[in-house]
Design a protein around this ligand. Structure first.
Ligand code: NAD
Ligand code: DAU
Length: 342
């Protein structure tokens, strides 16, 4: 494995992963293939531009002809697929692009992987495919119970990936990660949204009662988990990746306000997200058996993340001030009622 195609590598996790792989494996070459949707940003990769082992290609994973050309021209022997539409709220507003990218795009990549006989096809998936887990923890063999169009399209991708193992013997692996936080996360996701709103003294819109729980993991811990599965995971297997510690949204918001030094009165409870899953919780023992450990507690991950956003206003402010973001914000939040404050 030497020539790695990282699809969606200009997004949040994919850009962190591209940097991680180039640093860790001096003999690897990385081709980032990314459509540069609103969530893709070449600034996320700016420090890699001069590296002779790094190439960027702008393209859609659903474009079979371009994917084929890139596979051939770069002698790709491994695909790691991060490319996806990723925001649950947007999937409730416009599901079509989720199906095109997360399902059909995955199929196009699988066909290319098959044609070029890659050593590994790795699919980056999500804990959301298991659905809400009010008690206990989801294990990899649990049935899928997707409840949002985002989750359903990711589940569709996962099932296709596994079918290529069973039907064609393609050496595939899947990781299902919990919520990532860290540098370069687009400020529509709750943690960077709340940090940047807090910096600007803007309200933090908590959906519903704020008692929903998520497992927030540091992005580089997730990248390390994907790397371990890529190199030591068993073909045909799924691996959960998370910290196995869940935090309530309201507690997460208060911690952010403490770290930024702003009052709890910025919290506003607003109309809930439809179909809002109350809790996700993963059992990660299968990945731990390969020697992986999550290195950051939630407090450490959040502290590093807040510091990064405080020090990198030049990265996020142009995004938040752009008309694309402002229109989305009005569309997603404008109609929500304020239920309570503080
Ligand atoms: P992101 O939204 O920050 O980045 C997605 C990237 O994919 C962007 O660069 C975008 O331009 C690109 N992209 C979108 N459609 C494309 C297409 N058709 N062709 C090529 N590129 C396309 O997402 P992220 O948070 O970095 O998530 C990456 C992957 O990890 C996704 O598959 C997501 O489902 C999964 N995941 C995310 C989290 C999380 O907490 N963020 C947790 C678990 C799993
Ligand atoms: O669990 C992994 C998933 O985590 C990834 O697969 C997704 O790509 C990623 O977006 C994320 O999904 P969530 O829906 O959990 O993340 P989000 O940041 O949108 O929301 C986290 C929690 O915060 C959730 O309970 C909803 C709540 N929330 C979110 C927003 C945007 C609010 O209370 N207010 C908000 O404004």
């Amino acid at each position: 494995m030497q020539n790695v195609l990282i699809t969606g590598g200009a997004g949040f996790i994919g850009s962190n992963f591209s940097r991680y792989i180039l640093q860790k494996y001096p003999d690897y070459r990385v081709v980032v293939y990314d459509k540069l949707t609103y969530a893709g940003n070449l600034e996320n990769l700016c420090d890699l531009r001069g590296d002779p082992r790094f190439t960027f290609v702008r393209g859609d994973i659903a474009d079979a002809a371009l994917v084929d050309r890139v596979m051939r021209e770069h002698s790709i022997d491994c695909i790691v697929n991060f490319a996806a539409e990723t925001h649950v709220d947007r999937s409730l507003l416009e599901p079509g692009s989720f199906i095109m990218t997360d399902v059909y795009g995955t199929y196009v990549l699988l066909e290319a992987a098959r044609k070029y006989q890659v050593e590994r096809y790795h699919q980056v998936s999500t804990d959301e495919v298991y659905g809400a887990k009010l008690e206990g923890r989801s294990v990899e063999s649990d049935p899928l119970d997707s409840r949002s169009p985002y989750s359903a399209s990711k589940a569709g991708g996962d099932l296709l990936v596994l079918s290529y193992y069973t039907s064609f013997g393609l050496p595939v692996t899947i990781t299902r990660g919990s919520n990532n936080i860290g540098p370069y996360q687009y400020p529509e996701k709750v943690v960077p949204l709340f940090i940047t709103n807090a910096i600007d003294d803007q309200p933090l819109p908590i959906y519903g009662d704020g008692q929903q729980m998520r497992d927030y993991q540091y992005v580089l811990d997730h990248c390390e988990g994907i790397d371990v599965v890529l190199h030591r995971g068993q073909p045909g297997q799924v691996y959960n990746v998370g910290t196995e510690v869940e935090t309530r949204n309201l507690d997460m918001a208060r911690l952010i306000l403490d770290l930024v030094g702003k009052p709890y009165s910025l919290i506003q409870h607003v109309t809930d997200r439809p179909g809002h899953d109350r809790r996700y919780a993963l059992d990660c023992s299968r990945l731990r058996a390969l020697g992986w450990r999550s290195r950051h507690s939630f407090a450490e991950a959040l502290e590093k993340t807040v510091r990064w956003y405080l020090e990198n206003e030049a990265w996020w402010r142009p995004i938040k001030e752009g008309s694309y973001y402002r229109e989305y914000y009005a569309r997603n939040y404008g109609h929500r009622q304020v239920l309570a404050k503080g």
